[in-house]
Design a binder for this molecule. Structure first.
Ligand code: GLV
Ligand code: MG
Length: 337
């Protein structure tokens, strides 16, 4: 089932080992924070980070952001205690678990079952805590459809470029940026599109991974705008300075948002009041497929806090669509009835 659209334009990863960064993250404009117990935390600091993250979740004050914890991967020695301790001690402050290095649907099934056991034990609402699965190697990408179907708790698939680049042997150290020397147009096109298609096939959000050169905002913007154009909902950020660029890249423009709302209103009016399935809006024909596209842009715009300044006004009774007060030129499409 499609779920309510929650903005995840910028997903800020915060190392769980740093009290200072955990404290600072609360006031930032990211749509999601993910408190990290995995690769940003050294093995010797895993236990301390877990306690820090539990304390941070119980303190709350995240101001409406989605709050997630990235646990260690399902094959690691830390994973079960990450999940059991974080969810038992602080599950009520948590929207989702981010599961890294998912190479098999069994990883997601394991987490789903464990979360269900903890929810029964603590009396938390069954199924409330979601799962965001990171696809970050060749094996995970090869099984991405099965992974996307593995649990009703799944909310998002997340691309992990750093681990992915290592997994496939990409000859570059610049994570998230195009590798020098590659003659194709975009070295990340295949994994990004593969993940996107699997995500959409199961009504999941699709999130691009981080751009590690935090000082290179132009490079970040280019990568973010490209992922947004493809259809992605958001992107991980690692530094507060990356949030604004990424939020902007994943918000529709005011013009696109207004247009989407207008298409929805016009289409609703013409299909219900006049029983017509295809009409002209300005110089463009709109139909059921246009409505679906407009739904996406409208949901993203609303989630980004955009407000509309124009309303659709139906034509006066007896008047033709071209007489519409907005001058939008609503009328019969050429070649139709
Ligand atoms: C994120 O986890 C990455 O590997 O890029
Ligand atoms: Mg990774």
């Amino acid at each position: 089932m499609p779920q309510e659209y929650r903005p995840r334009r910028s997903c800020l990863a915060v190392p769980g080992s740093s009290q200072r960064f955990l404290g600072k993250a609360r006031g930032l404009a990211a749509d999601e924070v993910l408190l990290d117990l995995e690769d940003a935390v050294a093995p010797a600091a895993k236990e301390t980070a877990r306690r820090n993250v539990i304390a941070a979740l119980n303190t709350g004050g995240w101001g409406g952001k989605l709050v997630a914890v990235r646990v260690n991967d399902a094959a690691s020695r830390w994973a079960y205690r990450d999940v059991v301790e974080v969810v038992t001690d602080a599950g009520r402050g948590l929207d989702a678990i981010v599961l890294p290095k998912v190479t098999d649907p069994g990883h997601v099934v394991w987490l789903d079952l464990l979360l269900g056991q903890i929810e029964q034990d603590t009396g938390d609402q069954s199924g409330r805590i979601g799962i965001e699965a990171q696809i970050e190697d060749a094996r995970g990408l090869a099984k991405v459809d099965e992974i996307a179907a593995a649990s009703p708790r799944l909310r998002a698939l997340v691309f992990g470029p750093a681990d992915f680049m290592a997994s496939i042997g990409m000859a570059s150290q610049r994570v998230g940026a195009q590798p020098a020397g590659y003659l194709g147009a975009d070295a990340f096109h295949y994994p990004l599109l593969r993940i996107l298609v699997a995500a959409r096939g199961h009504w999941l959000a699709a999130i691009d991974g981080p751009y590690l050169a935090v000082g290179d905002l132009d490079g970040l913007r280019e990568a973010a705008v490209s992922a947004a154009a493809l259809g992605y909902d958001g992107k991980w950020v690692l530094h507060p300075g990356q949030i604004g660029v990424v939020n902007e890249a994943f918000s529709p423009s005011q013009e696109d948002y207004e247009r989407a709302e207008l298409v929805l209103d016009a289409y609703r009016y013409y299909t219900s009041a006049e029983h017509r399935g295809a009409v002209m809006l300005g110089d463009e024909m709109i139909d059921e497929a246009s409505r679906k596209l407009a739904l996406v842009a409208a949901a993203k715009g609303r989630a980004a806090g955009l407000r509309r300044s124009q309303r659709f006004e139906p034509p006066a009774p007896g008047g033709s669509a071209e007489d519409s007060p907005r001058g939008e030129g609503l009328g019969e499409p050429a070649g139709q009835g």
